[in-house]
Design a protein around this ligand. Structure first.
Ligand code: COA
Length: 168
């Protein structure tokens, strides 16, 4: 296995869509719209970070980061996701490498913090936890996690970009 993590290129778009569809096909919590979300974020210029995992020229994973809005007005917060690893390549450390690299890239962007919606058992290893002062309405609070890179943790309601409502 010779997996390389790198930023997406224009020529990766179809492969990113395919890996996203495949990863979420049998996932536990999914809207099956994740590939639409990635596409809508890209088209609206909201893909702050978009990384692929590539093995011998084959895209086997992808991770997206986009800006989020906080009701308190705090700046420089981002949302991590969707993240996808091809089903046959899951549990081989690819997702871990994507998350670690995306966190490093967010530091490079000057991010203040990052939120995500996902399984606490997976993301706690990267330093994410439930921060009671940050709320995403309509989801079980234990699945909404955050990591603060600098400054005090803000208090408020978090809104993802409208691309997260994309249906096609
Ligand atoms: C979640 C995902 C990106 C993880 O990527 P991965 O390459 O399989 O992850 P890694 O190999 O780095 O890590 C594997 C670890 O994650 C855990 N894990 C994988 N998917 C998990 C999930 N959905 N919930 C909880 N834990 C999960 C495994 O149990 C394993 O834990 P262990 O190391 O303690 O055994 C991948 O499984 C995936 O694409 N899933 C389908 C899409 C999805 O659910 N995306 C995330 C939505 S929040």
């Amino acid at each position: 296995m010779n997996v390389r993590i790198r930023s997406e290129l224009p020529s990766d778009v179809a492969a990113i869509e395919a890996v996203t569809v495949a990863a979420f096909l049998k996932a536990a919590h999914t809207s099956h719209t994740e590939h639409f979300i990635v596409d809508a974020l890209r088209r609206s210029g909201q893909l702050s970070v978009s990384l692929v995992a590539e093995d011998d020229g084959i895209i086997i994973g992808h991770i997206a980061v986009s800006p989020v809005s906080l009701s308190c007005g705090a700046n420089d917060w981002y949302g991590l996701g969707p993240i996808s690893v091809a089903p046959e390549r899951q549990r081989q450390g690819v997702g871990t490498r994507l998350v670690e690299r995306v966190l490093a890239d967010m530091h490079g962007l000057g991010a203040a913090g990052c939120v995500l919606l996902g399984a606490p058992s997976y993301y706690s290893r990267f330093g994410f936890s439930t921060l009671p002062s940050l709320v995403l309405p309509g989801v079980p609070p234990e699945y909404f996690q955050a990591i603060s890179f600098r400054g005090p943790v803000p208090s408020g309601t978090v809104s993802y970009h409208e691309s997260f409502a994309a249906q096609g």
